[in-house]
Structure formats: structure tokens, C-alpha cells
Design a protein around this ligand. Structure first.
Ligand code: ZN
Length: 395
């Protein structure tokens, strides 16, 4: 009897040992074990150690797992750049960002990056970054994927760090895994000017000039910049489409009188007529009133200031493009003197001016200048432009 019971006990113990063995073997073969809040495989753990050893010059600043599928290791190198390593959490295989994007969505993923680069950066930068002749580090963060661009050859060379933030709501359908995102995050836009940066206003007088004004608009657009065009009333009449194009692209139009006369020599009635005629034409084309006036030759007297209901905008940096008609002179005159808050004078009449602007805008960008219209400059400097007052710069 006792012997039988003992026999049974032995069987139970043996049974329990076998069950425990099966569980241990199962855990061993599935190669999963817990690591805090997430699960890595032994292979992945081994690979992680190997990578840390390889990257021992750099600092591991973050290690994260996404949906128990992908491990992201972010390193900061001694050059202060970032480097990411992505791993398959199950088998430790090293992955590229593309491996985490659905195959049929890779084209969309790429197109989205290109589109957002074009939205954020001037063309001369975005085009190079799209071509991918440098190195890109991708970092998965909360709400957004951030791309850092290193070792791209761009002329002129930007001094600032180049990066792009992509909200996951832009690419959520593309990714192989679920990722939390916020809908209220805006795309980065190069036209979103900020207050704590050097800012200048570019102004073009004596237009509109069909081809030249439109070329300038295109150049400004490509560089995420704006300008103020002070137009002559009797030229506006023939170019309503140009006026609309100037405004449509975020630029500003001011009055430069109707006949380009020296306004200081006019009688009060003539003075008022000059400005009323210009405003009437402008309003018939755009539906708006003119607010800024650049007096021809920059000439202002007391009578003008009293009688004309305008903000008078002169300049403090004259390129003398009309006198020299020389590309290099215009370029140098700006680059050698330009300072925060300047109002720069040019004319949309000469090819030499346009060629100078073509080179000038990227150079101003890499030197950290925001180039905007006069009203935008005033806004960014917290200055309210007042009628009857003359401004030469807005600092
Ligand atoms: Zn003029």
C-alpha cells in the first residue's frame, strides 16, 4: 500500500519535471525573454552588444523598441552627428529604413520626403537632398520621423544642420508598424518666418515688367523668400496678371506714384491725383488699397507727408543697379554691407539685377538671413508701420 503511494508520488514528480522541462525548452527555442517592458530575442541582444562594441567611440543616447518588431539604437558620434541602427527585434537582423516601409508604399514614402523637403528648404538645398548623394540618418521619435542630412555637397554650403521632421500622420499608411501620431503637427514650411533671425526686406522699384518681374517671383519662391514691389501706376494698367502673380506668391505691392514724377515738385492737387489714380488702378485689379508708398527718387517733403495717407518706405542699402547695370556690383554691394533690418533697393528692369539676385538669394539664405516684404519685416520686428512716417530700415 505504502509502496504503491510512493510509486504514484514518483510518477507525479516525474510528470512535473517533464512539464517544467518542456516549458524551459519552449522558452529556450522560442528565444524570448523579458527585458523590462519589451521583448528582445537572444540574437537581438547579442547583436545589440556587438553594435555597442563597434560604436564604442560614440555614445548610445537611446534604445527603443517599436511594436515589439523593431529596435532602434541612436548614437551620438564624436562629431555631434547622429547615427541610428535599426534591428529586427526577433532575429537581430540589421535593417534599413526601407525595410520598415511596406513594399508597395516605398515610392509614396520617398515622394512624401521629397515633397516636404521642397516645402521646407530652398530649391538649391532641397534638390541636392533629394538626390541622396550624402548620408541620411533616420530617427523614429514620438509623433515624428526625423531625417538628418550629413555630407551633402551644396553650393553655397549651408552652415546650419539640415534636418526634416515628418509627422507620422503623413506616412502612417506606409510603415510596417503602428505608430502614434498627433494630427495637429504642422509640416515644416520655409515661408514660416521666425522672429529671432536676421531679417531684411528686398524691394524692387519701377515695375511691373512682364518677364523680369515674373522671373524674380520665381527666384524668390525657389528660395522661400518674399519682396515688396513698388510699382508705377501707368505700368500696372498693362500688367494685371503680373500684379496677381506677385500677390499670389506672398509678395507685397506698394505705390511708386503714377508717372514716376518727383512728387516734391507737385502742387497738392497734382500730388493727390498721382496717388489716387495709382490706387484706383491697383484696386480695380486686386480689390485692395495700397498702403505703402515709395516716393520716386526717395524724395519726400513735409507737404507729401501731411497730405498723403501712406506709409513712406525708403531704403538704407542702395545697390545702384540702375547706374552700374553690373551683376557683380549689385551682388557685392549687398553681401558686403547687409545687416539685420535693412531695406534694400533694386529695380525689376535689368537682366544684371536678375542675375545678381539669382546668386544673392541662396547666399543670403546660408548666411542666415530671412528675406521678406517690408510689411513682414515690420511684423517680425514688432513695429507698427504708421502713415505719414518715413522708414529707411526697420531694426
Ligand atoms: Zn523709381
Amino acid at each position: 500500500m505504502i509502496g504503491k503511494i510512493l510509486q504514484k508520488k514518483k510518477e507525479i514528480v516525474l510528470f512535473l519535471v517533464i512539464i517544467a522541462g518542456v516549458i524551459i525548452l519552449f522558452l529556450y527555442f522560442t528565444k524570448f525573454h523579458y527585458h523590462g517592458t519589451y521583448i528582445n530575442s537572444k540574437k537581438a541582444d547579442f547583436k545589440i552588444k556587438e553594435i555597442i562594441e563597434q560604436e564604442k567611440e560614440s555614445t548610445l543616447i537611446e534604445q527603443k523598441i517599436w511594436e515589439e518588431k523593431y529596435i532602434q539604437m541612436v548614437f551620438q558620434t564624436i562629431n555631434q552627428t547622429f547615427k541610428t541602427v535599426f534591428l529586427n527585434a526577433k532575429n537581430g537582423e540589421i535593417l534599413k529604413i526601407e525595410d520598415m516601409v511596406k513594399e508597395e508604399k516605398r515610392e509614396h514614402f520617398k515622394t512624401t520626403i521629397h515633397e516636404l523637403l521642397g516645402l521646407k528648404y530652398p530649391k538649391f538645398i532641397a534638390d541636392v537632398l533629394k538626390y541622396e548623394n550624402g548620408e541620411i540618418t533616420y530617427i523614429l521619435k514620438e509623433n515624428e520621423l526625423v531625417l538628418y542630412f550629413y555630407n551633402f555637397t551644396i553650393t553655397p554650403a549651408p552652415k546650419e544642420e539640415l534636418f526634416l521632421k515628418i509627422n507620422y500622420n503623413r506616412i502612417k499608411e506606409d510603415l510596417n508598424f503602428q505608430i502614434p501620431f498627433s494630427n495637429d503637427k504642422k509640416d515644416e514650411n520655409g515661408f514660416d518666418y521666425v522672429k529671432n533671425k536676421k531679417t531684411i526686406a528686398l524691394t524692387f522699384d519701377d515695375g511691373p515688367n512682364q518677364d523680369k518681374t515674373l522671373t524674380l517671383i520665381k527666384l524668390l519662391n525657389e528660395n522661400k523668400m518674399h519682396a515688396t514691389f513698388f510699382m508705377v501706376g501707368n505700368r500696372m494698367v498693362n500688367a494685371p496678371d503680373v500684379l496677381k502673380e506677385v500677390l499670389k506668391n506672398g509678395n507685397e505691392i506698394g505705390s511708386h506714384s503714377y508717372h514716376h514724377k518727383n512728387l516734391t515738385r507737385l502742387k497738392k492737387e497734382e500730388l493727390l491725383e498721382e496717388e489716387n489714380k495709382t490706387n484706383t488702378i491697383y484696386k480695380s485689379i486686386t480689390g485692395e488699397d495700397l498702403k505703402l508708398l515709395r516716393p520716386p527718387y526717395g524724395n519726400v517733403n513735409q507737404e507729401m507727408k501731411e497730405n498723403l495717407n501712406y506709409v513712406f518706405i525708403n531704403w538704407n542699402l542702395d545697390t545702384e543697379d540702375w547706374r552700374y547695370r553690373d551683376e557683380k556690383h549689385v551682388y557685392d554691394s549687398v553681401i558686403e554691407k547687409v545687416e539685420d533690418g535693412d531695406i534694400i533697393l533694386m529695380h525689376d528692369l535689368y537682366d544684371s539685377t536678375i542675375e545678381a539676385v539669382r546668386k544673392l538669394l541662396p547666399e543670403l539664405y546660408v548666411r542666415g538671413f530671412q528675406v521678406v516684404s517690408v510689411s513682414e519685416l515690420a511684423n517680425l520686428k514688432d513695429i507698427t508701420l504708421e502713415n505719414h512716417k518715413v522708414y529707411r530700415s526697420i531694426k
